[in-house]
Write a protein that binds this ligand. Structure first.
Ligand code: PEP
Ligand code: MN
Length: 263
């Protein structure tokens, strides 16, 4: 069902008021984690002013260490809904547990399935039973075939509103956090009609590399970008090394404008 052989035309998905796919280009941005109302509000205003229309931010965080900040949970979702309304942005947040499905769907515009859950088939089927948009992130060591089959799970269950996200994979390289696989973007655009979003933040893990790889993502045909930005990157409780300041984010958006399709 996700194959272009079945549906040749680009699928366009509405994330709240933001169309994603086809001739539209979507900018999703925000902090890695929702830390407080003030933090999310300030960051949201900054990224919106720079051109983002979808606010990202995790309320349930899949942290490598059990001792790291795990997110504000439902409280974070409520903050996100409030900030989205106040600033006039659509919202996206990660869902990790089927039990949170109703809350996440109620308070936000789209589900994000994180890399660590790309093959959590119970979760894939559960979001497949809704019509809520889903951003499916590529697993840390998943092949393109496995990624497309994970997307197929959601669509086959009944939810056609799936966006695929390339966020870097594990390779032998250690200079960067992950290796952003831009082959995958061009390849998936050829094979599937689903929108493809590039995440240069997790794809590199390095602040100074986010801009160059965002541009590369646009150049190879992505339908949108998802970028981590924080009002004070150094104080970010998670993924601080890859967070862009408001100025850096805004500068990057200015540089991208000539290259992106309508947004
Ligand atoms: C995130 O978007 O903050 C995140 C945890 O991403 P990933 O699942 O790609 O690691
Ligand atoms: Mn993150």
């Amino acid at each position: 069902l996700v194959s272009r052989e079945i549906y040749p035309h680009d699928t366009v998905i509405d994330v709240g008021n933001t169309p994603v796919g086809g001739d539209r280009f979507a900018i999703m941005a925000g902090p890695c984690a929702i830390e407080s109302y003030d933090q999310l509000l300030e960051t949201a205003k900054q990224v919106k002013a720079a051109g983002a229309t979808v606010l990202r931010g995790g309320a349930f965080k899949p942290r490598t260490s059990p001792y790291s900040f795990q997110g504000l949970g439902v409280e974070g979702l409520k903050i996100m809904e409030q900030v989205g309304k106040e600033v006039g942005m659509d919202t996206i947040t990660e869902i990790m547990d089927v039990n949170d499905l109703d809350d996440v769907a109620r308070y936000t515009s789209a589900f994000q399935i994180g890399a660590r859950n790309m093959q959590n088939y119970t979760l894939l089927k559960a979001v497949g039973e809704t019509k809520h948009p889903v951003l499916l992130k590529r697993g840390l060591s998943a092949t393109i075939e496995e990624l497309l089959l994970a997307a197929e799970y959601i669509v086959a269950t009944g939810n056609p509103n799936v966006m695929i996200c390339e966020r870097g994979i594990r390779t032998f390289e250690t200079a960067t956090r992950n290796t952003l696989d831009l082959n995958a973007v061009a390849f998936i655009k050829e094979k599937s009609h689903l929108p493809v979003i590039v995440d240069p933040s997790h794809g590199t893990g390095v602040r100074t590399l986010v801009g160059p790889m965002a541009k590369a993502g646009v150049a190879c045909g992505a339908d949108g970008l998802i970028i981590e930005s924080h009002r004070n990157p150094r104080e970010s409780v998670s993924d601080a090394a890859q967070a862009l300041s408001a100025d850096d984010f805004s500068q990057l958006m200015q540089q991208l404008i000539p290259f992106i399709k309508a947004s």
